[in-house]
Design a protein around this ligand. Sequence first.
Ligand SMILES: *Cc1c(COP(=O)(O)O)cnc(C)c1O
Length: 228
Amino acid sequence: MLTKQEIAARLQSVRERIAASERRSGRAPGSVRLVLASKTQPAEALRAAYLAGARDFGENYVQEAVHKRAELGDLPGVTWHLIGHLQTNKAALAARTFDLIQTVDSERLANALAKARPSPPIPALIEVNLGAETTKAGVRADEVERLVEAVRAEVELRGLMTIPPPGRADEARRYFIQLRELRGRVAAASGLALSELSMGMTDDFEVAVEEGATMVRIGRAVFGERVK
Ligand SMILES: *Cc1c(COP(=O)(O)O)cnc(C)c1O
């Protein structure tokens, strides 16, 4: 793990880069929420980021998040995001552990979440697999509208999330544009606001901000390279 000072300095630098991208693209300052992708990081790394001002953590594994939440239970005001794929058999535990599930990709999963948290329903994003990669979770773009109708009563839908296919940052741009346009179409068709666009990671978050991200999920730029 990096030192607390390093984590604080890197967090500050990421914040400045987000702010610069907001300015460059004419977006209001503070319109992008920084979610720290903290998988494999020890709770102490998250604590260091918290003390430097971070309030949103994104975890990939339910069990790992359960432990970290417990270890960081003394820190008020943290929002926990699930950003990894969720299996239906872990939905009940996930519904108790997270504040926002970013990776809803099936009706079955939404049903299981609703059963665990019927009212108020849990806030959620739909994960979209824009490259239609068979190795990746998420629904294909052409299935999103149908899934929104199927799950809108089960979870509180707030928007869309994507991880673009691997490639350079300038190649990611077209996927970010696709997600933004898809959100516009689905919002119009469903009458839901779907205001959140969760897109952009360490290698491409500035492009994502330019294309309308409301949340970026950043790991390595703040915590350093993952060792595990
Ligand atoms: C790990 C991860 C990130 C962050 O990736 P970095 O390249 O470390 O910034 C973002 N989103 C998801 C879903 C992840 O699993």
